[in-house]
Design a protein around this ligand. Structure first.
Ligand code: ZN
Length: 147
């Protein structure tokens, strides 16, 4: 039987991470890194817990994946992240030479595309996978924060 290992499958795993962040009072962004249909890193935003503005989900995932692989480059990996990466994360992903980036919701203000960040020439990027789910989790978070 063929297992449904497609972009939606892995984005659901990233959304699960975003939910963990939500429950912990963190801006709900989650990420997983996949190589050959296997998840090698799972992470979510930890900026509150670590008191560190650089503790975005992608940054945690990059470090974790490199540790798992025992090498710093992620050329054969795909990153699934629930929100379009920011400039910092896109920069880190540039250095990792990651093969592919798949994101959920678009970040109209601080996303790497509107900011004009350059990706590594070997990196492919697609967006909009389970975008509504990712965006509604973020909206819910900020609505509850304002209460
Ligand atoms: Zn970021």
């Amino acid at each position: 039987m063929l297992l449904p290992y497609d972009d939606t499958y892995f984005m659901k795993k990233a959304l699960q991470e975003a939910e963990y962040a939500f429950e912990a009072g963190e801006v709900p962004v989650g990420a997983v890194i996949v190589v050959q249909d296997r998840i090698i890193a799972r992470a979510h935003n930890l900026t509150e817990k670590l008191n560190d503005v650089t503790a975005h989900a992608e940054m945690q995932a990059i470090t974790s994946a490199a540790n798992f692989l025992g090498g710093k480059y992620l050329k054969d990996c795909t990153l699934y992240v629930t929100l379009e990466p920011c400039q910092m994360c896109a920069g880190a992903l540039y250095w990792s030479q990651i093969g592919k980036i798949v994101y959920g919701a678009t970040d109209e203000q601080r996303g790497c595309r509107v900011m004009g960040t350059t990706l590594h020439p070997r990196t492919k990027m697609i967006g909009g996978i389970l975008a509504d789910e990712a965006a509604s989790l973020l909206q819910q978070f900020f609505v509850e924060k304002r209460k």
